[in-house]
Design a protein around this ligand. Structure first.
Ligand code: 4AD
Ligand code: MG
Length: 476
């Protein structure tokens, strides 16, 4: 007999069917009722052990966390919460879990505690729900692009270029760190390194995606990216996943339309396909909110926030308009902002939060930032001061996406490289696409884990990726 998933048995199993259930014990009540979970659903299969059917020594080994195989027959369940249960004829212990030592007990564990136990936290309802949703969200993203004629492009993980120019990169080397070869002038002799040049883990696949878009038309990347920024916040990871579409013959307005449609589609997909897990996470959030002071609580429950994003157009404003709104705001006038609000300085998260959560109370796309603090590749606007950049900000999350129309004019791009101290020989291949058949094109990068936070209600980014990498933490 084949082992079926518990989900399928609970959804479609008929009384009288002989079944084999394999999973992990969630609880064992009254020496009689085993709740078994196999990860296919939030719901457990109840297996009822007759008092004489299983001997005492075996019964003792049915403990929380143990892996079991149960043989029996489906019967109608008198209990609430499930339609069928298993009347057990045989229990086989596949793997014991010593109750004195097994750390995941059927009680509330703090998320901080579970982070230390990331190898076992999949076995909690919360993390099983989060990682089932993570799968569904990845799938929705691929489906969205596939259905619209985009090609999935694998861009390199090891790279010699710094796409964002922020210099926050992890060095990749095979040089002996105890005996680093030096040049006559005392610098590291990178010609002796594996690639014969300095290489790093990529911060973005964008530059390579652009090359492909200028032939394949519409492409996207979906891969790991790495940033050595030493920011120990609840929204930053050193290793995170980014989705980067790149579209030829598209300007900044097409880019905004794509971003909005894409985000609404993926959030709707989760609402429609992950109802059971969402319901659990919404309840979890509502319970957690009760511990918080009134002013820190969400005004809407999780699924309402998601529906709101799906059903309402995003607000679109320019950076210059954002500065005006901020300078006329109460917190600005009462000197509540920590950072200055002046045209030409970057918006800080306190400013973004005010705009998104207080002023507009919905997702906001801010465009046309001053060129000084945005990347070299963004297209210079007619005013010569701003670039065709766009940041998408979400309530409770902050920046979820960054993107732009790209500078397609060779002379302007060369000038920008000079301003940003990027030597031509580092980006000669990128410049050549502007020399041969250049065209307007645009794209953006979505921080996958930031969107995960939005669709799960988890407030720390470490809790939406299986094994988070953050400063001083690369366990597992
Ligand atoms: O705004 P960023 O730096 O944009 C780029 O890398 C562009 N090359 C994208 C493009 O136009 N193709 O990063 C994009 C998004 C951010 O908006 C944020 O959501 C996420 O990536 N992100 C991070 N997520 C988690 N941890 C970090 N340290 C992140 N840094 C950026
Ligand atoms: Mg950004």
């Amino acid at each position: 007999m084949q082992t079926e998933r518990i989900k399928d048995m609970l959804d479609g199993g008929k009384p009288g069917e002989k079944v084999i259930v394999k999973g992990w014990v969630r609880s064992f009540r009254n020496n009689q009722f085993i709740a078994i979970n196999d990860g296919s659903t939030m719901r457990n299969m109840q297996a009822v052990v007759g008092l004489d059917d299983v001997d005492e020594s075996l019964r003792k080994r049915i403990t929380v966390g143990a892996a079991v195989e149960v043989h029996g027959e489906l019967v109608e369940s008198p209990g609430h919460g499930q339609t069928v249960e298993v009347k057990v004829s045989e229990v086989i212990i596949l793997g014991d879990a010593d109750p004195e030592e097994y750390p995941i007990q059927p009680k509330k564990h703090s998320l901080e505690f579970l982070r230390e136990k990331a190898h076992l936290r999949f076995r909690t309802n919360t993390f099983a729900a989060v990682f089932r949703i993570r799968h569904a969200l990845s799938f929705a993203i691929h489906k969205y692009f596939n259905d619209r004629g985009f090609y999935y492009l694998h861009t390199p993980i090891i790279t010699g270029s710094d796409a964002e120019g922020a210099g926050e990169m992890f060095r990749v080397t095979t040089l002996d760190l105890h005996n680093v070869p030096k040049t006559d002038s005392g610098d590291v002799d990178v010609s002796k390194d594996f690639f014969g040049k300095e290489t790093n883990l990529t911060v973005s696949g964008q530059l390579e995606a652009e090359l492909a878009a200028l032939a394949l038309g519409k492409v996207y990347t979906f891969g790991p990216t790495f940033r050595a920024e030493n920011s120990n916040t609840s929204r930053h990871l050193a290793e995170f996943w980014m989705i980067e579409p790149e579209v030829a013959f598209a300007d900044i307005h097409d880019n905004m339309n794509l971003a909005e449609d894409f985000l609404q589609y993926t959030v709707r997909y989760i609402l429609e396909n992950c109802a059971e897990d969402l319901e659990f996470l919404a309840k979890r959030e509502a319970d957690a909110e009760k511990q918080k002071p009134q002013n820190e609580r969400h005004d809407m429950p999780l699924t309402d926030r998601m529906r709101f994003v799906v059903e309402n157009a995003f607000e679109r404003i320019t950076y210059t308009e954002a500065i005006d709104i901020l300078r006329n705001s109460k917190p600005y006038k009462k000197k509540k902002f920590q950072y200055p609000v002046e045209w030409g300085t970057d918006l800080q998260s306190e400013h973004e939060r005010y705009l998104v959560e207080k002023h507009f109370n919905k997702p906001v796309i801010i465009t046309d930032y001053p060129k000084g603090f945005k990347a070299f590749y963004m297209r210079l606007n007619e005013d010569g001061k701003t670039v065709a950049a766009m940041d998408v900000l979400f309530p409770g999350i902050g920046e979820i996406m960054g993107g732009s129309q790209r500078e397609e004019r060779l002379d302007v791009l060369k000038q920008k490289c000079a301003e940003f101290d990027i030597p031509d020989e580092h980006v000669w291949w990128y410049l050549e696409t502007r020399k041969y058949g250049t065209c307007p094109h645009s794209g953006f990068g979505l921080g996958f884990e930031r969107l995960m936070m939005f669709v799960t209600g988890m407030t720390n980014i470490r809790d939406v990726i299986p094994f988070p990498r953050t400063p001083k933490n690369a366990e597992f």
